[in-house]
Ligand binder design. Structure first.
Ligand code: FES
Ligand SMILES: [Fe+2]
Length: 353
């Protein structure tokens, strides 16, 4: 089997949605974001987010240093203007009767959109749709966004870590982990198209259950965990607490910005905090601590890449969800290769004569 290694610049990640900004970071002032080591300019026109490769087709100036004039993006270098679809509408140096070359248009992503208070961009047609808006529940859920964090840990390593259930008693012993609960009850892994998921039971220290303080519920409670991995860098998680009936949901979106830079976004939602308004912000802060616990380990790794073909590491039954996720990415890579060779686009290899 061939070795497949994922890095923050792997081409297989182009066919995926990526979170490139928090919604309020995108304004009518153009700004630059990085994705897969490529710069994009993002801006709002009439409230809607637009994104283009951050390079003017005239002399390659970054469009992110331009400005918005009458709803159009104006390059700062020679003033060429582009409408909301990226088509050039004015070349001031040619005067009013300018004939605008047909090629004078900006490179657009396959799609850009907003959900969960985040801006998502898909460079090429994504394999997986964005998680549905109701992933984070309905109006009975309190929602909060965790602090977004940048790290040199590889984006795929972070997803792999999110899929992993065996590190809780070691890495998260000071937060939600239960020190003695070392055996992983990993339920069967369900593979469905470009997703993998697993539902399993585990103990959890439920600090947010008021009945714990009242002495009617134990701190360590059973809960059911459902984790979903996709052929991208977005994960879904739902914790269901049996004693309280509460649900705690997490959207985890990891952005491979540049070869050595990854940005982490996490949005949380819970429907069991009605007793304590404002508590969701404290839970978000606790989640920041949980992420810090993971980063303390991951940032010590020597290599920020992830061998998804599993040729260099030993995996056991307890790792089956992360292995299933790795296999999904191997399959996506093969799918890309097949599409390329089918279309004759990329290097078809030597010809036999
Ligand atoms: S480089 Fe943009 S207008 Fe010349
Ligand atoms: Fe963790």
């Amino acid at each position: 089997m061939e070795r497949h290694v994922l890095t923050n610049t792997s081409a297989v990640l182009r066919r995926a949605w990526h979170c490139v900004a928090e919604s309020e970071e995108v304004t009518e002032e153009p700004s630059r974001v990085w994705l897969l080591d490529e710069p994009w300019v993002v801006l709002r026109v009439d409230g809607a987010v637009r994104a283009f490769v951050d390079r003017c087709p005239h002399r390659s100036a970054p469009l992110s240093i331009g400005s918005v004039v009458d709803g159009e993006l104006r390059c700062a270098y020679h003033g060429w203007r582009y409408d909301a679809s990226g088509t050039c509408t004015a070349i001031p140096a040619l005067g009013d009767d300018a004939r605008i070359p047909g090629r004078a248009c900006l490179v657009r992503p396959h799609a850009v959109t907003e959900r969960f208070g985040l801006v998502f961009l898909a460079p090429d047609e994504p394999r997986c749709a964005l998680p549905r808006a109701d992933l984070l529940g309905d109006e009975t859920f309190a929602v909060a966004r965790c602090r977004s964090v940048r790290t040199h840990v590889g984006a795929a390593q972070l997803v792999d870590n999110f899929m992993d259930g065996a590190h809780f008693p070691y890495v998260h012993a000071a937060s939600f982990g239960v020190r003695d609960a070392t055996a992983v009850d990993s339920g069967e892994v369900v593979e469905d198209g470009w997703t993998v998921s697993s539902t399993f039971r585990a103990p959890y220290r439920n600090h947010d259950d008021p009945a714990v303080e009242e002495g009617t519920h134990p701190l360590v409670q059973p809960h059911t965990v459902r984790k979903v991995g996709r052929a991208d860098l977005i994960c879904e998680l739902e914790l269901s607490f049996e004693l309280t009936g509460g649900s705690f949901r997490i959207l985890y979106a990891v952005t491979p910005e540049r070869a050595g830079t990854t940005r982490i976004h996490k949005v949380i939602a819970r429907d069991d905090l009605h007793h304590s308004p404002g508590r969701i912000e404290r839970v978000a802060a606790d989640e920041d601590i949980v992420l810090g616990e993971d980063l303390r380990i991951l940032e010590r790794f020597d290599d920020a890449s992830l061998d998804v073909s599993n040729r260099t590491e030993i995996s056991t039954r307890a790792d089956r969800l992360s292995v299933a996720w790795r296999r999904l990415l191997v399959r996506a890579t093969a799918d890309d290769e097949a599409a390329r060779s089918g279309s004759g686009g990329a290097n078809p290899g030597p010809k036999l004569s």
